[in-house]
Design a protein around this ligand. Structure first.
Ligand SMILES: Nc1ncnc2c1ncn2[C@@H]1O[C@H](COP(=O)(O)OP(=O)(O)OP(=O)(O)O)[C@@H](O)[C@H]1O
Ligand SMILES: [Mg+2]
Length: 217
């Protein structure tokens, strides 16, 4: 069986590819056959990142390929244990389509209302389109260091029927530097930051495993 997960958002630049990469790397380290399906055929940022990773000799190797058709990607998914759809910058009909076929949908969002509101609108639209609230989760990404703001965001999201993952990924230039070298942010050399990224990766992997089991049951 293939676990499938999608990173989607209403806005661009919110952390979809960053999360796709930590999941791919951490699951691969755990021995799972993993691949990223890059749905951004214009930028192919995850494909380019995987190429940088290979050029720099970073292991484990991560497979990534661009797809403009969910159907073609799904045929490919059968060959893997974990298949990660890295969504295009803005939500579209393809976004809804991919959300129907995955076990878990992750919506990265920062803590300001400018980010929270469109994130909740997207989740509500997915719910209206028939996607179970149980398989939609928000992940706080590219956040500030204000605990008060982050708690406020958690309170806001707690009023929705969706999961809010524990932990958050703060804005740090060293995360950007790590990804520039083809690393995932769980592979940064700063232990405290690595721990934050690890926690998020683990929470997402746990969430997809639980959601997949619920679907099977
Ligand atoms: N926690 C962070 N700290 C600093 N920079 C970050 C962090 N997370 C992501 N970035 C940077 O922010 C930018 C957007 O992140 P990312 O590519 O993951 O978002 P995205 O949602 O996939 O964007 P797009 O919609 O363009 O596909 C990238 O340049 C990335 O390197
Ligand atoms: Mg991206």
């Amino acid at each position: 069986m293939t676990y499938k997960i999608a990173m989607v958002a209403q806005k661009g630049g919110v952390g979809k590819s960053t999360l796709a990469r930590i999941i791919a790397v951490e699951a691969a380290k755990g021995g799972l056959q993993t691949k990223i399906a890059d749905l951004d055929t214009q930028q192919t940022t995850s494909v380019n990142w995987a190429a940088r990773r290979a050029e720099n000799g970073i292991t484990p190797d991560i497979r990534a390929e661009a797809f403009n058709s969910i159907e073609t990607a799904l045929k490919d998914a059968d060959n893997f244990d974990l298949y990660i759809f890295d969504g295009a910058p803005h939500s579209s009909r393809e976004t809804q389509k991919v959300c129907h076929v995955v076990d878990m949908v992750i919506i990265p969002t920062s803590e300001g209302l400018d980010d929270l509101q469109p994130s909740v609108v997207l989740a509500n639209n997915l719910l209206k389109a028939g996607i179970s609230a149980k398989k939609i989760a928000f992940a706080l990404c590219i956040t500030s260091d204000s605990e008060r703001e982050i708690l406020g965001a958690r309170d806001y999201l707690a009023q929705t029927p969706y999961t809010v993952l524990a932990g958050e990924i703060p804005f740090r230039s060293s995360f950007k530097t790590a990804m520039d070298k083809g690393k995932a942010i769980t592979e940064t050399s700063f232990p405290t930051l690595r721990k934050k990224a690890d926690t998020m990766a683990q929470n997402i992997i746990d969430a997809v495993a639980i959601a997949a089991k619920m679907e099977v049951a």
